[in-house]
Design a binder for this molecule. Structure first.
Ligand SMILES: Cc1ncc(COP(=O)(O)O)c(C=O)c1O
Length: 481
């Protein structure tokens, strides 16, 4: 399926996979085995993935939302080839990079007019770090405010803003920060009242769990922040560039003058890490305030020609293929079709989302509620979707029964239907006998753990070895964004 028909330039795939399991993340390797995802993806085209056994799967995870233009979009691949063929050096910091200038201009054309400066990053979390620094330098205030259940990244500054305690445990004191319930303007107003908050950092739609605020929430949050002298930092890392059926979900909700906007994921085209922080010029100037401070924030790898070429190509594809509109249209169709399944399946709860960021809640039947099996049950659901429906989906975190879909925006209507069929089929399997299905999934997971890996590595845990801890529901299922 690779349009270029080439194999990956791996040394020896089996050997590499074995080394990864052993040397990189043995615990995650065990989780993958448990979930039947212990495979190597060798090819990707559009919404399709192919594994080392030639099995084709529709990718409804889409690189946690990064593969907006689909895997290996020909336009992106061509842009990267051209960038390499041009022979320009990669990381010379003493010079003026035209591709970065072109991308900055393009981003500012798309962004709200309150934003005038661009700094390029290599990830979303790195963008949040810079946003924190900009806000503290500009306001001279220490405190940060974010929302319960927010996700802003794993580096320690971004982690301080992330509203999931398990991610913060064992890492000691983080930056001073407070949290308010997402969507609750009264709480926000109270939290801002002491006028000590540098920034309110918020996602327009919370990626974890796909939580939507009441309409107009962000517009009002912007007003409250302005009144309190707090910067509004919008985290569009996951939602930006069409994911939610608008170019930026924040602007669509009426917050049209943010002080800082952080973007990433989609810009990468799913191939080259890239992100950006867009800011008001006076906010910017408070950090980069003099010649002495011109490099007070920087990174070795940012704004490389490959990253800039990828992002420019992605923005072209988003425009030419009208992916923003497509996301709105096909996202609505996906939600409508999923809602219709509720007539036939009592295990289907809420269906929600914006554009092609969509989630469904699974309802555990009474015998499973609060039991060990209930947290494995959603995992058995996505395993069934993968095995029988040929669709890769994700459970949003280990303590939830929410299944999330963020397929590439280039998805075709027939492929949307395929996701719906896979959900229908998997719901059908659990409706009648959720307890039985859950127990059989438990058995299958146990077998997965005990079987030998495809590369022949023994997978039965060794005493004291990494990965030897029994996989409990809390440790096992993928914790994803
Ligand atoms: C809303 C949001 N902010 C920040 C991040 C962190 O981005 P990255 O994984 O590139 O560090 C993510 C990642 O999922 C995200 O969804």
């Amino acid at each position: 399926v690779n349009p270029h028909g080439r194999a990956l330039p791996a040394t020896d795939d089996a050997d590499g996979a074995r080394s990864w399991r052993e040397l990189v993340n043995p615990r995650w390797a065990r989780v993958l085995r448990l979930l039947d995802c212990d495979r190597t993806w060798t090819r990707g085209e559009g919404v399709w993935l192919e594994d080392d056994h030639g099995r084709r799967v529709l990718d409804a995870v889409g690189g946690y939302g990064a593969a907006t233009v689909g895997h290996n979009h020909p336009r992106l691949v061509q842009a990267l080839h051209e960038a390499l063929d041009a022979g320009a050096p990669g990381m010379v910091h003493f010079g003026v990079p035209p591709l970065a200038g072109a991308l900055a201009r393009r981003l500012l054309e798309l962004a709200p007019p309150s934003l005038h400066r661009v700094y390029f990053t290599n990830s979303g979390t790195e963008g949040i770090e810079l946003a924190i620094k900009l806000a503290r330098a500009f306001t001279g205030r220490p405190a940060l405010l974010s929302c319960d259940h927010a996700f802003h990244g794993f580096t320690t500054g971004a982690l301080a803003l992330t509203g999931h305690d398990p991610y913060r445990e064992r890492f000691g004191d983080l930056l001073a920060s407070r949290r308010v319930p997402f969507g609750d303007l009264d709480s926000l107003e109270r939290a801002l009242a002491p006028r000590d908050v540098a920034a309110f950092v918020v996602e327009p739609v919370q990626g974890k769990g796909v939580k939507l605020p009441p309409p107009g929430y962000l517009a009002e949050a912007q007003r409250l922040c302005r009144r309190a002298g707090t910067l509004l930092v919008v985290d569009e890392v996951q939602t930006g560039f069409g994911r939610c059926g608008s170019m930026f979900a924040t602007v669509a909700d009426g917050a049209d003058e943010p002080d800082v906007m952080v973007v990433s994921k989609a810009l990468s085209g799913g191939l080259i890490p890239v992100g950006a922080v867009l800011a008001r010029d006076r906010v910017w100037n408070a950090t980069f305030s003099s010649i002495d401070r011109a490099m007070v924030h920087s990174s070795t790898f940012h704004q490389s020609p490959l990253a800039m070429s990828a992002a420019l190509a992605v923005l072209e594809v988003v425009r030419e293929e009208q992916l923003v509109e497509r996301s709105a249209r096909l996202g609505a169709s996906l939600r409508l079709q999923l809602e219709a399944l509720r007539q036939h399946h009592r295990s289907l709860g809420d269906v929600r989302g914006k554009g092609l960021m969509v989630a469904i809640d699974l309802v555990p039947p009474r015998p499973l509620r609060g039991r060990l099996e209930s947290s494995l049950w959603p995992q058995s659901f996505v395993m069934t979707m993968l095995d029988e429906g040929g669709v890769l989906a994700q459970v949003v975190n280990q303590r939830s029964a929410t299944v999330k879909f963020t397929p590439p925006l280039v998805i075709e209507p027939a492929e949307v239907d395929r996701i719906v069929r896979a959900v229908d089929q998997a719901l059908g399997r659990i409706d009648g006998g959720a307890l039985g299905t859950s127990l059989s999934a438990l058995g299958r997971m146990a077998r997965n753990l005990l079987r030998r890996s495809p590369a022949g590595a023994a997978t039965a845990p060794r005493e004291g070895a990494a990965g030897s801890r029994p996989v409990t529901p809390a440790a096992a299922p993928p914790s994803v964004r």
